[in-house]
Design a protein. Structure first.
Length: 124
């Protein structure tokens, strides 16, 4: 068993290691492994986030995108920004990568506020 602080940081660690590895490594198979590690960290984050939701399913709004794709959208924005910066490092692409990372982080922060619902206290 892992202690709680280490356990809670694992998905973020996988995401950061995967993202930094995409930027630093040169071999194609290493970049593919880094992308896989990044996506698995995103998967773990989404599973935990979905499990910790306290709002009722019937009150959730249905969107156009499937739930699995909707959950990955912020991570895909950030990953596409890292890949854009890695493989096309020009001035305009760096600015576009910063915009993508900013929007991905905004989505993650906004979703994290929606995952902290209070469970109603029932008084008897």
């Amino acid at each position: 068993m892992l202690i709680k602080p280490v356990y809670e940081l694992l998905p973020y660690t996988y995401i950061v290691i995967g993202g930094v590895s995409v930027l630093l490594l040169q071999q194609q198979y290493a970049i593919a492994a880094a992308i896989l590690m990044y996506l698995l960290g995103a998967r773990i984050y989404n599973l935990r986030s979905e499990n910790r939701r306290t709002d009722m399913k019937r009150k959730r709004r249905e969107g156009i995108l499937p739930d699995w794709l909707y959950g990955y959208m912020p991570f895909l924005y950030i990953l596409s920004a890292v890949l854009l910066y890695r493989f096309y490092p020009k001035d305009s692409s760096a600015l576009f990568a910063i915009c993508l990372i900013t929007f991905g982080m905004y989505l993650l922060l906004r979703r994290s506020t929606y995952r902290r619902h209070k469970i109603p206290v029932v008084r008897v």
